[in-house]
Write a protein that binds this ligand. Structure first.
Ligand code: FPP
Length: 249
């Protein structure tokens, strides 16, 4: 286990925020002749260690896509299993996460989730609100287009009430209305299992995010895999639309 930052990583050039699309749980299980839910269970184990790893290595924020607005279309049994898994994990892991300095937050329309799960989520956010070890955002019943649509509705209502002028609507005003309003945008997106799509995830927030795709399935995405992704990230030349410094002279 690599508890301290690997020597070949530059501490000053770590991403401040990593986003993950945790894909491939079902295939991982199928490859082993197990039911799909076994893949979600193993995916949750891996995730727990990655949160701890971000804290150990000095990555301040991690945001994972746990359940999209489209995921309701999965078989009812799988949806119910995932909801129960989220709730069980919150009950079981909250005390330890709190002790380790994890600040938990949720992105998405939580109002459509089971009431008992919503209660655990509120409890988790309130308990960990002042922790500073690592911010762990979990996107549940999340869809980026819906998030942006709701931001537009909210700004339109403010204009209608005379609280805001249309010309005052700028990028910051829109960002502020998003579920992710308080944090920096992701520097790095990791998507596992070989798929190369954004799947309606953080579309506004990822305007300048570096994208990293790996064939590894999520339940196999351990610290060594994160290390590899970070090495790859540190080789990138992030220009944010500008020309490289060497060419401006
Ligand atoms: C995608 O793999 C995975 C999900 C939709 C669920 C992710 C949930 C976890 C990792 C459980 C723990 C999460 C938290 C936040 C406690 P898939 O099922 O689409 O895999 P497939 O593409 O191989 O079918």
């Amino acid at each position: 286990m690599l508890n301290t930052l690997p020597l070949d990583l530059d501490r000053d050039r770590l991403p401040q925020h990593v986003a993950c699309i945790m894909d491939g749980n079902g295939r991982w299980a199928q490859q082993r002749g197990l039911p799909r839910i076994a893949g979600h269970r193993q995916g949750a184990r891996v995730l727990k260690d990655l949160v701890r790893c971000c804290r150990d290595w000095g990555i301040p924020a991690l945001t994972v896509y746990a359940f999209s607005t489209e995921n309701w279309q999965r078989p009812l049994k799988e949806v119910e299993f995932l909801m129960r898994l989220f709730e069980r994990l919150l009950r079981k892991e909250l005390a330890e996460m709190h002790q380790e300095g994890v600040r938990l937050r949720f992105l998405g329309d939580l109002s459509e989730l089971p009431a008992t799960l919503q209660a655990e989520m509120h409890r988790a956010c309130a308990t960990t609100a002042h922790n500073r070890g690592v911010t762990f955002n979990v996107a549940v019943n999340y869809g980026s287009r819906l998030e942006i649509t709701r931001a537009c509705q909210s700004l339109a209502q403010q204009v209608q009430r005379g609280l805001l002028q249309p010309e005052d609507i700028d990028e910051a005003a829109i960002s502020q209305q998003l579920y992710s309003s308080n944090g920096p945008d992701p520097d790095l997106l990791i998507r596992t299992s070989g798929e190369q799509r954004l799947s309606n995830y953080l579309l506004w927030q990822m305007a300048y995010t570096e994208l990293y795709f790996t064939d590894r399935l999520w339940p196999d995405f351990d610290r060594a895999a994160l290390h590899e992704a970070l090495l790859n990230f540190q080789q990138r030349d992030r220009r944010f639309g500008k020309v490289p410094a060497a060419l401006t002279a």
